[in-house]
Design a protein around this ligand. Sequence first.
Ligand SMILES: [Zn+2]
Length: 273
Amino acid sequence: MKTEVPIQINQIVRRITASNSSLFTGPGTNTYLIGNDDVSIIDPGPQLNEHTKVIRESSTHIKRILLTHTHPDHSPGANLLQEHLDIPIFGLATDSSIKKDSIVNFESYLLDGDLIRTNEYTIEVIETPGHASNHLCFLLRDERMLFTGDHIMEGSTVVIAPPDGNMSDYLSSLKKIKNYNVGQIAPGHGEIIDNPFETIDWTIEHRLRREEKVIKSIKKLGSCNIQKLLKEVYSDVDPILHPIAEFSLIAHLDRLEELGDITTDDHKISLKK
Ligand SMILES: [Zn+2]
């Protein structure tokens, strides 16, 4: 296992990448440390003692933990940190995230527009449901740096898994980011992204192109089941990834049903005329 070391991103931001690289997590989950004298931790990562030890040893001024969402590769480290440090955890829980995710002891919930102010920096909370119903992004205002968790990743598209994940919400939350003054994206997985709005436009287009392919494929196959549709819609994707792609396909189908374009009676997917 490679040793984790904090990497300095700018004057007040450091990053520690957890040793949990995988198909889902890319090079591993990024934990960010904001500030020097009053440190906020964004996403302490998975249940890995070694990782939380590196976080703890990186500063004696850790004041709070902020969570983008409560998936197992982002939030369990918060509980581990709390065993050693008397610091509050802030984030959001929803009815569906509570049903599915591990329990986090939130001090209080963060909502859209909330500000975390210190002498060194201001962080603005932006609600971005889609990948998860309780997903938040954090904007470090003066640095114009947006911490996106799993809303936007570098190097791959994120999984939208219903019912907690929702494709229409995801697309709206991507468009929403364009209203903010963002210069760089610091994702939950991968490197810093220097062209945020181009990346967002590409991501929206990519999803909508996939959705068009879903409709075309149903037209071609006629009434069909999900496995048949999966092979057709993701014919350009390595079959080893199809079980993951199936989540996003279900998310597209839910959205198309909401829009009134398809029906999914008796597990048969058909176009609505
Ligand atoms: Zn996630």
